[in-house]
Design a protein around this ligand. Structure first.
Ligand SMILES: Nc1ncnc2c1ncn2[C@@H]1O[C@H](COP(=O)(O)OP(=O)(O)OP(=O)(O)O)[C@@H](O)[C@H]1O
Ligand SMILES: [Mg+2]
Length: 230
């Protein structure tokens, strides 16, 4: 069982979007996936699953549950037979955010490459390091525009990552219209790609998510022992 959490003290950074994109991609490849929606107020992930269910687009092996307190989370984690569990957390500091981080194999912290969001991200990493016995946080740059990487704002963000030695995944997620379309009720990127006018965009968008999943897998897997490496 692998547990991924999506957390930030700040709202609107892309936690739910990345959670759904990764969950959908894994379910498309036949894995049994459970999303635990720990954002009691918005329930973005559960609502997405419900919309997809109505539209007939919900991937078969993808289910959702809600957790409103840390005990719910523990109970769901104990009782599920899913192979991969993704926990989507509300954008504020609360008990569920802490419980999700501590329970996870990896917690993704999406952040836009600008100084204002990065300042909040640095605070979260510092806080977690000081206060939690386990904090497998990894930053993922999200909503990166094609031209962003040449801008001073992007370079400032990269400098801050280095200065504060934040563990960051090497894949960054681009800002893409198809991700917004997916978030309505598409169920999967593959489904959007059936429209020939979208297939090129979808190929790139999917490759971006597959690459992110590859980084996550590498970050979770322990490095090979000397004997295995031989
Ligand atoms: N890579 C992306 N490309 C395009 N749009 C994106 C991307 N990531 C997020 N968005 C958009 O940004 C907005 C906020 O994303 P999302 O709801 O996933 O953030 P969140 O961190 O879960 O917010 P909250 O804290 O309110 O739960 C949404 O409109 C979503 O469609
Ligand atoms: Mg959300």
């Amino acid at each position: 069982m692998t547990i991924l959490a999506f957390a930030h003290s700040k709202g609107g950074v892309g936690k739910s979007t990345l959670c759904l994109l990764i969950a959908s991609e894994l379910a498309q490849s036949g894995r049994r996936v459970l999303i635990i929606d720990a954002d009691q107020k918005q329930q973005s992930c559960l609502q997405w699953i419900a919309r997809c269910h109505l539209a007939g687009s919900r991937p078969n092996t993808l289910t959702g549950e809600i957790a409103t307190k840390p005990e719910d989370l523990k109970r769901l984690l104990r009782s599920t037979d899913a192979e991969i569990i993704l926990i989507d957390v509300q954008g504020s500091m609360n008990d569920l955010l802490i419980a999700a981080i501590v329970a996870s194999d990896i917690t993704l912290v999406p952040t836009k490459a600008n100084v204002m969001e990065m300042v909040e991200t640095v605070k979260l990493f510092d806080w977690a390091q000081t206060n939690l016995r386990r904090a497998p946080l990894h930053l993922v740059l999200n909503r990166v525009e094609g031209i962003d990487t040449n801008t001073a704002a992007f370079q400032d963000a990269v400098r801050m990552i280095r200065e504060h030695q934040l563990p960051a995944l090497s894949t960054f997620v681009r800002a893409r219209k198809v991700y917004e379309q997916f978030a309505r009720d598409a169920g999967s990127l593959e489904r959007i790609g059936k429209d020939p006018s979208k297939s090129d965009q979808v190929t790139k968008a999917r490759a971006n998510i597959v690459s992110l999943i590859g980084d996550i897998t590498a970050a979770i897997s322990p490095p090979p022992t000397k004997d295995q490496a031989k």
